[in-house]
Design a protein around this ligand. Structure first.
Ligand code: GLN
Length: 505
């Protein structure tokens, strides 16, 4: 393990005190992206654009602008559309696509003065749990180049873990922020559904998709989420709530708690189903140790039950493909991206374009989705899955009657080896068992690094809060991180690079 990652706050201080310029930070991040190109974390880099943004940030700093994120480098998951950089969604279908507009998240983060270093690799249309479904090849886990980084936001997690950028965006439909964060030993938060605008986020399953930050700590995630979130009239499911400062509770003890026991009175619900057989011992050990730490900080563990946890897999893998089959119908060779070169007529053009443009997993999901929505099967599959979804959401509310936050593993195992699950999609889907519930219910969830398991690969603790409880979740995770060092660990240079330590390490 190498030196500690640098926090956004300390980068801010360095920028404000003119110890470093935004151009210098951006140049170093670009250099690291190049040096660590074997991770395959990026899908597009456009140095001139990055440096132009950095120069603009330096100019704002020179004029006295003190924005908390101004001048700091970051990168976007290649699901957010960007003017300038390609927006591929990890698909051959959009391999050369350049958007005429920026996603709402990109707009907001640019307005805050963050400097985009490039676009980050991901599973095709965010469908996957290992980043192996990208048309541009898998991302490697910086902790162990034989391991997957998790997915679908694998490029985001790897780039942050490797110290290339201190912050990245991710999207989470069924776990794609939390699970890669866990597998790469970084912190990530998926906010309540509707907090972050989906405008310009290439759609996978619209009733589930939610953007969020992935970074080195809960504090960094809080800063970034404050810049990302907010009502947007261009997204019909955006929550019409006033802007929130997600840092507001950081460092302060919970109401009625003390400095030495800042989490006093916090009821941490431990769902039986999250600790049942099927979870690997190394993951259980690290998660249980983390719960002991929360207890030492004053929290009280309470047993709860989420009885339909196992059903979240079939429900999700009916609903998400159903929505995907509809969302992906727009890729027809006419409006965006790839078009087959030779074809007889319109139907042939559609068929060839889609056969060539989509990868195997995307095709599988389009087929499943079209099937479950078809006449005669709709009631048996889609409607039934929607009913189960409702029950899962009710189970969470019953649990929240007994606790303030739910804790458990993010993933049943540490990162697996590249290629290990690619021939068995069901095995891959089963790895999502603990993240799907919060997505189906629309609840906020986090991943917090809590140690290492087999082969020295990271383990994440999942914290799920009730609707709109992001600030409390971040406060809890932040107190945990003030008391522990796990989030400060980074892969040793030898694992991920031959050139020494990462830019921000
Ligand atoms: N692994 C899940 C899937 O393949 C979740 C992906 C995501 O959250 N985007 O659908």
């Amino acid at each position: 393990m190498s030196s500690h990652p640098v926090s956004l706050k300390s980068l801010h201080t360095q920028l404000m005190q003119r110890q470093v310029s935004s151009v210098e930070l951006a140049t170093e991040a670009l250099k690291q992206a190049e040096t660590q190109s074997h991770l395959n974390a990026f899908t597009d880099i456009a140095e001139e654009l990055t440096l132009a943004q950095a120069r603009a940030a330096d100019a704002r700093i020179a004029q006295g602008d003190t924005g908390a994120l101004l001048g700091i480098p970051m990168a976007h998951k290649d699901i957010f559309v960007t003017r300038g950089w390609k927006s591929t969604a990890g698909s051959k279908m959009l391999a050369n696509y350049i958007s005429p507009f920026d996603a709402a998240v990109v707009e907001k983060m640019s307005a805050a003065g963050l400097v985009c270093v490039g676009k980050l690799n991901c599973d095709e249309f965010a469908m996957g749990s290992s980043n192996e479904n990208s048309a541009f090849g898998p991302v490697k886990n910086p902790w162990d180049l034989l391991a997957v980084p998790g997915g679908s936001s694998g490029g985001s997690a790897a780039a942050v873990a490797a110290g290339i950028v201190p912050l990245a965006t991710g999207t989470d439909t069924g776990g794609s922020i939390r699970q890669p964060a866990a597998l790469c030993g970084i912190t990530g938060i998926k906010p309540t559904y509707g907090r972050v605008s989906r405008y310009g986020m290439i759609a996978y399953a619209s009733s589930l998709d939610q953007g969020g930050p992935m970074a080195g700590s809960a504090e960094d995630c809080a800063l970034a989420l404050t810049a990302m979130a907010g009502f947007d009239t261009r997204d019909s499911t955006s929550l019409d709530k006033p802007a929130e400062n997600f840092e507001r509770l950081l460092g302060t003890p919970r109401t009625g708690a003390t400095e030495s026991q800042p989490l006093k009175g916090l009821r941490v619900g431990l769902p039986d189903e999250f600790f049942a057989s099927g979870v690997e011992q190394d993951v259980l050990d690290a998660v249980q140790l983390a719960i002991k730490t929360l207890e030492a900080l004053g929290a009280v563990a309470v047993p709860v039950s989420l009885p339909r946890t196992a059903l979240s897999i079939p429900a999700y893998y009916v609903i998400a493909p159903a929505e995907a089959s509809s969302n992906l119908s727009r890729f027809d060779g006419v409006r965006y991206g790839h078009r087959a070169s030779g074809y007889k007529d319109l139907a042939d053009m559609y068929e060839k374009t889609r056969s060539e443009g989509f990868g195997a997993e995307v095709k599988r999901r389009i087929l499943v989705g079209a099937y479950v929505l078809s006449r005669g099967y709709y009631d048996a599959y889609y409607l039934q899955a929607q009913r189960v979804r409702r029950l899962i959401a009710q189970d969470f509310q019953a649990a929240f009657a007994q606790c303030d936050v739910i804790a458990g593993p993010v993933c049943p195992s540490v990162a697996w080896n590249l290629g290990e699950k690619t021939s068995d999609p069901i095995k891959m889907y089963l790895a999502d068992i603990f993240t799907l519930g919060a997505s189906l219910a629309g609840l906020p969830g986090m991943s917090v690094p809590v140690g290492f398991g087999q082969a020295g690969r990271p383990v994440g603790l999942q914290l799920i809060g009730n609707y709109f409880a992001e600030a409390e979740l971040l406060q809890t995770a932040d107190h945990f991180q003030r008391a522990t060092q796990w989030h400060l660990q980074r892969p040793s240079a030898a694992n991920h690079s031959t050139s020494g330590k990462g830019a921000l390490a």
